[in-house]
Design a protein. Sequence first.
Length: 78
Amino acid sequence: MSSVAWITLRTTSTRWEAELMQQILTSHEIPARVVSLGATACFLSGETAVQVLPQDKWTALLLLSPREEDLEDDFEED
């Protein structure tokens, strides 16, 4: 029996944000899952992780990264 190794791509304090990232990845046919971390997951608080398969790591990171123009705009505002 072989097990699938998932890697954590990002963590967030809000579950809805993690689920949005999962939807973006799934729409690009990248398998993703949302996992609650820590004991506080029972109380709907704490950290949530978005995980992908190792072979999808770099594509997923590119899809979830901010656009270069957005980064430049943030820099100019400071």
